[in-house]
Design a protein around this ligand. Structure first.
Ligand code: NAD
Length: 250
């Protein structure tokens, strides 16, 4: 996969799936900028990557911070080839518990954060007539429902509509916009769910185990590569078969 010498931004790169994406891209020869609200952790993860990498502070909900992120990367490296719009939060709340503030916060990070990250990087990609944008959606929302995550599901389905429409807007250039839909991936974000729930999760996955951040990273790396130039406006499901319908005859 040709991401060698490409300049890649990974939002939410300080942990979990973002760190896994960064690791796969870095191993494949890309220079990686990990952008996160947790700057110290982003720097720590960057230091452990095999290739050139830096960690920077950026809150994807803030227009000024996403714009500054893109400017910093262009100042430092001259271009932005890849944007992995991955930062996201997934607090759970039933419909009865869900406040307007909770709803807005999840939309701010998971939906507005994707828009602002793309908007900040796109002019640079237009100028160089090259770009690969990969959005981290989820199976939750687009493919399945999880009670307790209505707000989250709405953001993850919403970014797919954004992705398809944005892909059309830039289709005549060498810029592509795609998404990955992870299933249940073993990251710190799942720790709060408890061992009993995690066991239920594992049992619901045909492959019998949770995915790893690197499993998602490999799918992202394909969509982020030069080889995927004719793939746009679509998504790759990375869920160990969890959303495959089983035949009633099985
Ligand atoms: P995580 O909590 O391990 O990592 C998320 C990272 O995003 C953290 O480093 C956090 O500091 C950062 N972040 C949060 N708000 C931010 C903001 N406003 N600006 C910049 N950075 C911010 O979670 P994860 O499991 O790695 O999830 C990463 C993405 O994958 C999310 O979009 C999530 O919805 C999606 N996802 C996760 C799973 C899963 O099973 N873990 C499944 C499907 C989709």
């Amino acid at each position: 996969m040709t991401v060698e010498d490409r300049i890649a931004i990974v939002t939410g790169g300080a942990s979990g799936i973002g760190a896994g994406i960064a690791d796969v891209l870095s191993t494949a020869g890309a220079t990686v900028v990990l952008a996160d609200v947790d700057e110290a952790e982003a720097e720590r993860v960057a230091d452990d990557l095999p290739g050139e990498a830096i960690g920077v502070e950026a809150d994807v909900t803030e227009p000024a911070e996403t714009a500054a992120l893109a400017e910093t990367v262009v100042d430092e490296y001259g271009r932005i080839d890849v944007l992995c719009a991955n930062a996201g939060i997934f607090p759970s709340a039933t419909l009865e518990e869900l406040s307007v503030e909770d709803w807005d916060r999840v939309f701010d990070v998971n939906a507005k954060g994707v828009f602002l990250s793309v908007r900040a990087c796109l002019p640079h990609m237009r100028e160089q007539d090259y770009g690969r944008i990969v959005i981290t959606s989820s199976i939750t929302g687009p493919l399945v429902g999880y009670p307790g995550w209505t707000h989250y599901a709405a953001t993850k389905a919403g970014v797919l509509g954004f992705m398809r429409t944005a892909a059309l807007e830039v289709a005549a250039s060498d810029i592509t916009i795609n998404a990955v839909l992870p299933g249940n991936i073993a990251t710190g974000g799942l720790d709060d769910l408890g061992e009993e729930y995690l066991e239920k999760m594992r049992n619901s996955i045909p492959k019998g185990k949770l995915g790893t951040p690197e499993d998602v990273g490999h799918a992202v790396a394909y969509l982020a590569s030069e080889d995927a130039s004719y793939v746009t406006g679509t998504s790759i499901v990375v869920d160990g078969g969890q959303t495959l319908p089983e035949s009633q005859l099985a």
